[in-house]
Design a protein around this ligand. Structure first.
Ligand code: BGC
Length: 744
């Protein structure tokens, strides 16, 4: 394993002073003391590339600019240029797909590790886990002899209904970029390309093929772009995937502003822009506006916009050969960079190894979020337990595959029930009952996610026999655990959810089980918020698990039984009601042909905190089996200039009875700001292991430029001078200490 983390001993704060002294070159150039830095695409191979391009025919060049199978773009065999081989995706390396249609190729060597979905990864709040994730998947990708992973997916979670919420990291741009960069670096340390998607402003599935997203410039810069910018500038991602939808009237795969101006001119991106599958709508325009490779769904590959039509356009003089060469060279540079052009000692990789399953386990174990734990209901104390009722379809439901979109074919997916069987002593009897059935109204199933449809899509009536079985199991057991939530058929790409209601009659089931056995623990297996307020009020113990990978069931059992002390924190706000969340409160989701992000910069907790709306569970929330006290919060100085870095330190004491990990979260707030601002914004975090009775010192570095806002008048990141309050907490709503600093 190659670990190329670069530890920078000093913060490099590069500040370009322009007309105003508090304008900074860009917000996210900021490097912290410990950083992850990717490798630059170099000019090392340019002479060789020029020679190759000089020998290529127009047809051969254009062959490299579009898919020649479902997941490859063309090569030029006679010149030793291989096809560029891609694979999905966010949950691990997807199984091999046939060359000319979506059906699986039926290989036997493409079983892979199923990694926890991105929402789970974000819930670890641990950047080392993000590196591990990237690096581990990168090795699997090489074992499959691929060049590019269509991952990470880093769109902002704008609405809790988003069908791909589980695939994305978070609602917060800072957490997003801090997790995205190490993921990209870890992946690319294996001689492969990350393809960071979906660039950008692709935050809903509803109408994604045509909806025109309108976002004001400040919001775009502060919320939707930072993680992409950091993935490019710090992570040095070799490729970016253009999104399906339009942005300010132009499709994102032919969007001059986004692809040429922002991505390449401003950020200096040297890599490849790949289209989302069938997201291209033009030939010359797409090419001129920055797209390099068109990928798509089955139709004849020569009928793609960047295939025969481009040859004809070139022959007709509508596009110059020099323009075509520019795109071909970008692809060749990245191919050389990852040693796909016959470079020696390219990483060979390995797949579905025990070490990789353990990587998945580690991430899963840190992702589980403890939401409620009255009377120390958890961890389970087995001395008094002879039998446990395990209830719910989600106890056995598998999520590596399912729904529309990329999954993983795996030989190992430990379900919650399997996990308990693996971890519980054989003397304890498990009484399993399915409880609820995953059922759809077949006539209406196509309407799943049609948020305007009123017809029933899921069948929410419980089957009486199944209900009785569950109640009997709960009555006859010392403890009951219900595994509820959703699954990857219900939460899926290509459709948003129509409400936050738990499907399949689960709420009724949970209430009835709680009535007969108050010692019932509720575990939610889901990737996005649900309306669980009543359940929260009725149960003593509530746990959030995710589509949590190959080892998810083992990790969950270890949390329930106390072998693992939970340390996950929510990466998004759980609203009490849908209408409390910003896109819905402003009636600006999903739009029709246009969607206007009316909440502006107030996405996620920024809205809840500024408008003083009480969430069900706040951003950054998660309990532990121990307790922590924060003390001695201080900064290294009182006042700073824009090019300095604020060092905040505090001690975290473990005041409980077991070792545990806490995530110290730092939010910045400027209450006397002259501009509209969110009440507070995450600007730093650090996860720390503290042994029982011990204290640890946590140091968080914040380059002052992180406090900048995007000034639309000057088009510059600007740090407002004056007082700032730095709030240190264990969630966005549990601030334990505050320190004030002055920016000159
Ligand atoms: C998705 C992408 C994915 C591609 C190829 C598209 O529908 O939006 O995320 O990489 O399909 O499977």
């Amino acid at each position: 394993m190659k670990n190329k983390l670069i530890y920078l001993s000093v913060a490099i704060a590069f500040v370009a002073f322009t007309s105003c002294k508090n304008e900074v070159s860009a917000q996210s150039d900021s490097n912290e003391t410990k950083g992850y830095e990717g490798k630059e695409i170099t000019a090392e191979f340019d002479a060789e590339i020029d020679k190759l391009v000089a020998q290529m025919t127009l047809e051969e060049k254009i062959g490299m600019l579009h898919g020649n199978s479902m997941f490859t773009s063309g090569g030029v065999k006679r010149l030793g240029i291989p096809e560029l081989k891609m694979a999905d995706g966010p949950l691990g390396v997807r199984e091999e797909i046939s060359r000319d249609n979506w059906s699986p190729a039926g290989l036997t060597n493409d079983f892979a590790t199923y990694y926890p979905a991105a929402g789970a990864l974000a819930a670890t709040w641990n950047t080392e886990m993000a590196y591990t994730f990237g690096n581990s998947v990168g090795q699997e990708l090489r074992a499959r002899d691929k060049d590019m992973l269509l991952s990470p997916a880093i769109n902002i979670v704008r609405t809790p209904l988003g069908g791909r919420t589980y695939e994305y990291l978070t609602e917060d741009p800072f957490l997003n970029k801090k997790m995205a960069v190490p993921m990209v670096v870890g992946l690319q340390d294996n001689d492969v390309m990350a393809c960071v998607k979906h660039f950008a402003a692709n935050n809903q599935e509803t109408n994604r093929d045509f909806v025109d997203v309108q976002i004001d410039e400040r919001t775009l810069r502060e919320i939707y772009l930072p993680a992409f910018e950091s993935a490019v500038k710090e992570g040095k991602a070799y490729s970016i995937m253009g999104a399906y939808n339009k942005f300010r009237g132009e499709y994102l795969c032919e969007n001059d502003y986004m692809l040429n101006k922002v991505l390449r001119d401003e950020w200096g991106f040297k890599g490849i822009v790949v289209s989302d599958w069938a997201a291209v709508h033009s030939t010359v325009k797409s090419l001129n506006n920055g797209l390099d490779i068109e990928m798509g769904t089955p139709k004849k590959f020569n009928e793609f916009f960047l295939a025969d039509k481009l040859i004809a356009a070139a022959k007709a003089g509508e596009v110059s050969e020099a323009e075509i060469d520019k795109h071909v060279k970008r692809i060749l540079r990245s191919l050389f960079q990852v040693k796909a052009m016959g470079g020696k000692d390219r990483v060979k990789g390995s797949i579905a190894t025990e070490a990789h399953y353990q990587d998945a386990y580690k991430i899963a174990a840190e992702a589980v979020v403890l939401l409620k734990n009255e009377n120390n209901a958890l961890p389970l104390k087995l001395e008094d337990v002879k039998s446990i009722a395990v209830i719910g379809n989600n106890a056995t439901k598998k999520n590596a595959l399912g729904g529309f979109g990329a999954g993983v074919k795996t030989k190992r997916e430990v379900t919650p029930l399997d996990g308990l069987k693996n971890r519980l002593p054989s003397s304890i009897k498990i009484n399993y009952a399915e409880g609820y059935l995953e059922r759809y109204d077949e006539k209406n199933k196509g309407n799943l996610g049609n948020i305007t449809s009123n017809g029933p899509v899921t069948i929410d009536k419980l089957d009486p026999a199944k209900l009785k079985e569950a109640i009997d199991a709960a009555k006859n057991s010392d403890v009951a655990i219900i595994f509820a939530g959703s699954n990857r058929d219900y939460e899926t790409e290509s459709s948003d959810r129509s409400s936050l209601k738990l499907p399949f009659g689960q709420e009724e089931l949970i209430k009835k089980v709680l009535e007969v056995n108050p010692k019932t623990i509720v575990v939610m297996v889901a990737g996005a918020p649900f309306d669980i307020e009543e359940i929260k009020n009725k149960t003593n113990a509530l746990v959030w698990s995710w589509f949590n990978g190959s080892e998810g069931g083992n990790a969950l059992a270890d949390v329930l039984l106390g072998k693992i002390n939970p340390s996950g924190k929510l990466p998004w706000t759980m609203p009490k009601k849908l209408m409390d969340s910003p896109a819905h409160a402003t009636n600006s989701f999903p739009g029709d042909r246009t969607v206007n992000y009316a909440e502006g910069i107030l996405v996620g907790y920024r809205w809840f905190d500024t408008k003083k709306v009480e969430p069900l569970y706040p951003f950054g929330y998660g309990l532990s089996y121990t307790t922590f006290a924060f003390d001695n919060a201080k900064t290294d100085k009182k006042s700073y200039t824009v090019d300095e870095t604020i060092t905040v330190s505090l001690t975290v004491k473990n005041t409980g009875k077991v070792d545990g990990k806490e995530v110290v979260q730092l939010y910045a707030s400027k209450s006397d700001s002259k501009i509209t601002r969110a009440a507070q914004e995450l600007k730093g975090f650090q996860k720390v292991l503290v042994k029982t009775g011990n204290s640890e010192t946590v140091t968080i570095k914040i380059p002052v430029k992180e406090l900048a806002y995007y000034n639309v008048e000057t088009k510059k990141w600007t740090v407002e001078p004056g007082n700032y309050t730095l709030k240190l907490g264990s969630s966005s709503r549990d601030i334990k200490k505050e320190v004030n600093v002055i920016v000159k």
